[in-house]
Design a binder for this molecule. Structure first.
Ligand SMILES: C[S@@+](CC[C@H](N)C(=O)[O-])C[C@H]1O[C@@H](n2cnc3c(N)ncnc32)[C@H](O)[C@@H]1O
Length: 225
């Protein structure tokens, strides 16, 4: 970890290769600011590990990250060969600025960053290109936003019926559930056990962030497929 200024900290994550595969080192900025999108969350490290383990199927795929903030999973996807669009709330310019900073730190000049507010049928949402994959780490943290997240996901999956939404969330409350909302928006979900992608660890990618937090991984798809 190195300090660039009083408020900007660069965090480094290294995803381990196996056999002949090289490891991948990613640097992302954290800014000392109260907004959630300025920090890497434990869920982001877990989703990035999933992306890293699936890297071969990501080659040349079109990927959108929602609520990207520091954008670790999106940046890992781009470094693994996907075409990536990073997004965060159109009303949070500092978070969008942080997405851009992550791209600069990783020499990703071809990655687009756009304002995409969950639940809103904005011109940016309507003009998205065809997508293969949506990523979202720790976007289910504020229950009042759950439906807006799923409205956006459902809209994209109706336009891209074979796309998937890969998402991780941190368990913060026992009564957390999106089951009824999945049904309402014609979506289905499978849980992916962390041990299947070597993420059931307190240390991941050289980081202690996962710690003892309970993070879950889900794949959400269109219910009609
Ligand atoms: C808990 S943070 C997670 C950030 C990042 N994905 C991670 O896991 O490190 C939630 C993110 O959702 C973004 N966000 C909050 N409300 C939003 C909204 N209504 N539309 C789009 N993004 C939003 C925040 O700016 C923030 O980047």
């Amino acid at each position: 970890m190195s300090e660039l200024s009083q408020t900007l900290i660069v965090k480094t994550f290294t995803f381990e290769g196996s056999g002949n595969t090289r490891s991948l080192t990613v640097s992302v900025p954290e800014v000392l600011d109260p907004q959630y999108g300025m920090y890497v969350w434990p869920s982001a490290v877990v989703l990035s590990q999933y992306v890293w383990m699936a890297r071969e199927e990501l080659q040349n795929k079109m990927v959108l990250e929602l609520g990207a903030g520091v954008s670790l999973p999106g940046v890992v996807s781009a470094l693994c060969g996907a075409a990536v669009i990073l997004s965060d709330s159109a009303e949070l310019p500092l978070c969008l600025e942080n997405c851009r900073r992550s791209c600069v730190l990783n020499n990703l000049s071809h990655v687009h960053v756009l304002g995409l507010t969950w639940g809103r049928a904005s011109p940016e949402l309507l003009s998205l290109p065809p997508l293969d994959l949506i990523l979202g780490s720790d976007v289910f943290y504020e229950p009042e936003d759950f439906e807006d997240v799923l409205v956006t996901v459902s809209f994209i999956l109706r336009r891209n019926p074979h796309a998937q939404f890969w998402t991780t969330y941190q368990e913060r409350s026992a009564d957390w559930s999106i089951e009824a909302l999945l049904h309402k928006w014609d979506l289905k979900c499978i849980n992916v056990p962390l041990e299947t992608f070597e993420a059931n660890k307190t240390h991941l990618a050289g980081s202690t962030l996962p710690g003892n937090h309970t993070v879950q991984m889900m794949i959400i798809t269109n219910n009609r497929i």
